[in-house]
Write a protein that binds this ligand. Structure first.
Ligand SMILES: NC(=O)c1ccc[n+]([C@@H]2O[C@H](COP(=O)([O-])OP(=O)(O)OC[C@H]3O[C@@H](n4cnc5c(N)ncnc54)[C@H](OP(=O)(O)O)[C@@H]3O)[C@@H](O)[C@H]2O)c1
Length: 86
């Protein structure tokens, strides 16, 4: 039985089931691991930002061109609004 000051287990972490998430640097390292973890947690859509081409075998992953230091080399919401709003 949980004590009053404890958080119920189901509230630990962020519930992203059936939600859309945007992850930068998604092609490798921590970003790639976050993509895989978001999918494992049931995300409905993962927008995977990377500076170069990226592919993922899971159909819930939507690759985006995204350089956080250069908006001109990034997909913008106005250019990709239909994809971003799903
Ligand atoms: N790994 C660890 O144990 C650890 C621990 C503490 C802190 N950190 C920090 O966490 C961050 C990520 O670590 P990591 O191990 O995942 O590094 P990583 O394997 O080098 O990956 C870095 C990622 O960031 C992307 N990136 C770099 N510049 C970018 C830009 N201007 N716009 C968009 N994406 C950009 C890279 O894309 P490209 O492939 O296009 O270069 C790559 O996907 C780093 O700042 C690191 O110092 C890591």
């Amino acid at each position: 039985m949980a004590r009053d000051n404890q958080i119920a287990p189901q509230h630990h972490g962020l519930n992203i089931a059936n939600k859309s998430v945007l992850i930068t640097g998604a092609n490798r390292g921590i970003g790639r691991a976050l993509v895989d973890e978001a999918l494992r947690r049931g995300a409905g859509r993962v927008f995977a930002g990377s500076r170069g081409p990226m592919h993922h075998r899971d159909a819930r992953v939507t690759p985006l061109t995204l350089d956080v230091t250069n908006p001109r080399r990034s997909d913008t919401p106005s250019r990709r609004s239909t994809r971003l709003t799903r």
